[in-house]
Design a protein around this ligand. Structure first.
Ligand code: PIR
Ligand code: CA
Length: 319
């Protein structure tokens, strides 16, 4: 039985890769895609999500637009990494599917409450605004979700500040609520995702597949590589978001350990820091865990298999 997930994302180059991985993997049933303002404004990331859906041939999956703003703070986007569109690089096709009329938070509530308890995994790869709003709309989702596997934070590393990661720091109040809710949360943060580097060999192997989605992913990685080099001085960019999807597909490619995790919402220098207590056996009943090590070879194997499985949707269309 494939694992049912809702991917809550802000595409975003690596979010787009997460979508390709989720749709191309038989271990995953994508029951919905929700968007959240993050890497770019909500209208841009939503448009990008629909464009990726067209490239990947995603059909029969509801897409719902979510929060434009963090819970309390002003909008902050990552334009220098993802460009003016939020998904600079490839030409984006016009979307060919309609958005679900519901707000993402309502969609999450409806979907989780209608499903068998313990069957839906939430996979947030952007700021946690929609998830926090869904918890407020219907607190019972906390007891019904199977688990939350999120890309965000870092135990020992930041990117948007010395100690904070973008997804957490742009909406720290939302993140604090999600980590404290009491459901099982796996933090797939920078400690892990900085091991998922799109090396030249990886990008060449993606291109080699030769299909539309493969070319699209190659162009995404070219832009992302140049941006990460320029902005962060990385030789090869970390492709964060598909790591969370990969953990759902096969948790054995990740080493994760239970640890209490708190989100700093008041620090002068530490706002948005994920404070992970690694001092030693986690207290009984700890429901949060931190991902620390990735089997990068198997990870990229999953990504390549998924892209291969997508085929060439825009070519195969017969209408
Ligand atoms: C990546 C992101 C934001 C800023 C930078 N510098 C790099 C986005 C990615 O989409 C990912 O979800 C997360 N936020 C990594 O911080
Ligand atoms: Ca993201």
């Amino acid at each position: 039985m494939p694992t049912k997930i809702i991917l809550d994302c802000d595409p975003g180059h690596d979010d787009a890769m997460a979508l390709l991985l989720a749709w191309g993997s038989p271990e995953i049933e994508l029951v919905g895609v929700t968007t959240v303002g993050g890497n770019q404004t909500i209208d841009k990331v939503t448009r990008n999500a629909l464009a990726v859906a067209r490239v990947a041939g995603i059909h029969g999956v509801p897409f719902a637009k979510g929060a434009a703003h963090p819970l309390l703070r002003p909008v902050e986007v990552a334009e220098e990494i993802h460009g003016a569109s939020g998904l600079d690089g490839p030409v984006l096709p016009e979307p060919d599917i309609e958005l679900d009329p519901r707000h993402a938070a309502q969609f999450i509530v409806d979907t989780v409450m209608a499903a068998e308890p313990g069957t839906i995994t939430l996979v947030p790869t952007g700021p946690l605004t929609n998830i926090a709003l869904a918890m407020r709309l219907e607190p019972a989702i906390v007891g019904r979700v199977r688990e939350v596997v999120l890309m965000g934070g870092g135990a020992r590393v930041g990117n948007w500040s010395p100690v904070a990661e973008f997804n957490i720091v742009v909406d720290p109040e939302a993140a604090a609520a999600v980590f404290a809710a009491g459901w099982t949360v796996t933090m797939v943060g920078l400690d892990l995702t900085h091991q998922a580097l799109a090396t030249d060999e990886v990008v060449a192997a993606i291109r080699e597949i030769g299909t539309g989605p493969a070319r699209f992913a190659g162009e995404l990685m070219d832009f992302f590589t140049a941006a990460y080099r320029e902005v962060a001085g990385f030789d090869h960019p970390p492709v964060h978001d598909p790591c969370a999807v990969a953990y759902v597909i096969d948790p054995t490619i990740v080493r994760a350990i239970p640890a209490p995790i708190a989100v700093e919402t008041r620090g002068e220098h530490t706002l948005g820091m994920t404070v992970v207590d690694l001092r030693g056996p986690a207290p009984e009943g700890t429901r949060t865990q931190v991902a620390l090590e990735l089997d990068a070879e198997r990870f990229w194997g999953l990504v390549l298999d998924a892209i291969r499985a997508l085929g060439d949707p825009l070519v195969e269309r017969v209408d």
